[in-house]
Design a protein around this ligand. Structure first.
Ligand code: HEC
Length: 132
């Protein structure tokens, strides 16, 4: 039983943080930035803080998968690569996800309870996303 647990630790997984180009990073007021960094950046940016458990297989596989899929859907470090219509689409998706409390992912909140968005956080994000 122990042998496979040890062996799977040697399966390489991608825990890279690609370089951040400041010209591509989403530009927001400070209060919005604080919320995004605290609640979303671990999966939706190139500045992932990899927790200790992300180094232990098989949990590491789940973490790496969420980060990979998360970045593919939405990457605040590469936001300015999107054209105007894609940005609008992503903004709508963000509003939808936070309104339904589906983001941050529930599994993430177990280890990052402070990432849960308060009603005030959601309002602030929505007002900013809709330009109000
Ligand atoms: C633990 C990782 C994680 C965190 C933290 C996280 N997300 Fe996600 N997010 C994902 C993954 C994985 C996907 C793609 C698969 C899915 O939709 O479940 C995703 C998808 C999305 C999408 C696209 C949904 C669609 O329509 O397909 C949006 C928008 C989004 N997240 C917004 C956010 C916002 C805003 C935050 C912070 C408040 C956040 N996420 C925090 C992992 C995360």
């Amino acid at each position: 039983m122990l042998i496979p647990i040890i062996l799977i630790q040697f399966i390489p997984i991608n825990r890279n943080n690609p370089p951040v180009d400041n010209n591509l990073v989403i530009s927001t007021p400070k209060d919005v930035e604080v919320i995004l960094k605290n609640s979303c950046y671990d999966c939706h940016s190139n500045e992932t803080v990899w927790p200790v458990y992300s180094y232990i297989a098989p949990i590491s596989w789940l973490v790496a998968k969420d980060v990979k899929n998360g970045r593919e859907e939405l990457n605040f470090s590469e936001w300015n690569k999107l054209d105007d219509s894609k940005m609008e689409k992503k903004k709508e998706e963000i509003i939808e996800e936070i309104s339904r409390d589906t983001m941050p992912l529930p599994i993430y909140l177990i280890t990052h309870p402070s990432a849960k968005l308060s009603e005030d956080d959601k309002l602030l994000l929505k007002n900013w996303l809709t330009g109000r």
